[in-house]
Ligand binder design. Structure first.
Ligand SMILES: [Zn+2]
Length: 448
């Protein structure tokens, strides 16, 4: 008898053939998918009837930061945002505050059907402990920032984290996270790349996010950020980068050639007025493009449905071509291509026999998803990209463990997380010394 059987669902596998079953079962045993298809019904200790629902791989959020201060720093120019709010707050985190933040972020991701996330932020060991409890699959690349000092992790803390956590749990993946080429030295990039390659780990960084960054590199180094990193030997299949908004054609060809994946963060790029990543060009030239929410400071939620929709509509607008980035492309970007960017495509990202059972069940019951066609003519992928949202996810499963069932989270106590968040945010703002600034801003806004 197997552990779990999900029956009667509309199964969207996102395998390489794009296989779809109008009504099928997914059989799970010992954390993996052991059978899949219309004839896969078999005795199981636990059966979930997914009639009328979509069964699909969980989302891979390939770039985010587990931050706490959502909605407290809006509508500022980027420089003021960083100087007055972000840096003081980043400096003020303690492990206990980060713990509350990780609980909040992971609770939200379970409820949004994200089964794997990449966290590039502070106190990775604390966040990883939370992931042990939440049941999510987490990739932790501690955010190293050298300039200005004190706002991020360091090479030493990243190294210690890797030593302590590498191989400790199948759901926790460790790597290196130099923040960006304008906050980290060449030496650091060379060093973490060497370490990562020696130990078969990966490196994640922000790259070519703003014109400020690119102009500065052209001025100071006579080279674009990707071309500069390539000269240092940093570009390779071990690296995946966030944003890639301002890339030249040569940059794109270089990333394709070096097999560097890029994470598209459309909402963040719009909100911070960074620009529009050349996603259609990247795909044409063979770059793997994944999808990410970025942090709740620049999004502000962790909803991959919204991200798929924003990502597709933004590219249609800027290319002037309504046919670019199909629904299936967006779904792949949010799942299997994310897995590929992390070097995990053999394990996760699609529903296939032998893969980890990272599965979500999405309801088509709400009026915003009518008419839901699930027969020979079906519009499921279309609904997932253009109409659905995180609240339509009913059930979230990682490695065969049910983390949420019928929107009831089983691994974390929502009341407890809420109290922890309320206490932590007060302490964080006070420690950061930004309460007075926020009060003045709020008063100013009310006067408008
Ligand atoms: Zn980011």
């Amino acid at each position: 008898m197997i552990d779990l059987l999900i029956t009667n669902g509309f199964v969207l596998t996102l395998d390489s053939h794009g296989t779809v079953y109008q009504r099928a079962a997914v059989a799970v045993d010992k954390g993996r998918i052991v059978a899949l298809g219309p004839d896969s019904v078999q005795p199981a200790r636990r059966v979930i009837d997914a009639r009328g629902n979509v069964v699909m791989p969980g989302f891979v959020n390939a770039h985010m930061h587990e931050t706490l201060t959502r909605g407290l720093n809006e509508d500022l120019p980027l420089a003021e945002w960083l100087e007055r709010i972000c840096f003081p707050i980043d400096r003020a985190y303690t492990p206990e505050i980060l713990r509350a933040s990780a609980l909040m972020n992971q609770l939200e991701m379970i409820r949004a059907g994200i089964t794997t996330f990449v966290d590039i932020y502070r106190y990775p060991a604390v966040a990883a402990e939370v992931a042990l409890r939440s049941g999510l699959r987490g990739v932790f690349t501690p955010q190293i920032i050298e300039i200005p000092p004190g706002v991020g992790e360091t090479l030493e803390s990243n190294r210690a984290f890797v030593e302590e956590w590498n191989g400790r749990c199948s759901r926790i993946v460790v790597g290196y996270g130099p923040h960006a080429p304008y906050t980290c030295s060449d030496f650091l990039y060379i060093d973490v790349t060497r370490r990562a390659r020696e130990t078969n780990l990966r490196v994640h960084t922000h790259l070519s996010e703003t014109t400020f960054e690119v102009q500065r590199f052209l001025r100071e180094k006579g080279s674009t950020p990707p071309q500069w990193l390539d000269r240092l030997g940093v570009l390779g299949p071990w690296l995946w980068v966030a944003h890639g908004v301002h890339l030249s054609d040569e940059d794109i060809d270089l990333l394709a050639q070096r097999e560097v994946a890029v994470v598209y963060n459309p909402t963040s790029n719009m909100k911070l007025a960074s620009g529009v990543a050349p996603v259609t060009k990247m795909l044409e030239r063979g770059v793997t493009v994944a999808l990410g929410t970025d942090s709740n400071l620049s999004n502000n939620n962790l909803d991959m449905f919204e991200e798929m929709r924003a990502g597709a509509t933004l590219q249609k607008l800027v290319t002037g071509d309504a046919a670019v980035l199909s629904c299936e492309t967006m779904l792949r970007m949010a799942t299997i291509w994310g897995a590929r960017a992390l070097g995990m495509e053999k394990e996760i990202g699609s529903l296939e026999v032998g893969k980890q059972a990272d599965i979500i069940i999405v309801s088509l019951e709400s009026p915003h998803l009518w008419p839901a066609l699930t027969g020979d003519v079906h519009n499921v992928a279309e609904h997932l990209v253009y109409s659905a949202n995180a609240a339509d996810v009913q059930t979230t499963i990682v490695e065969g463990q049910i983390l949420m069932e019928n929107r009831h989270v089983l691994t974390l106590d929502e009341g407890e997380v809420r109290v922890a968040v309320e206490c932590a945010v007060r302490e964080l703002l006070e420690r950061a010394g930004v309460v007075e600034y926020l009060r003045t801003r709020t008063t100013r806004e009310q006067g408008k």
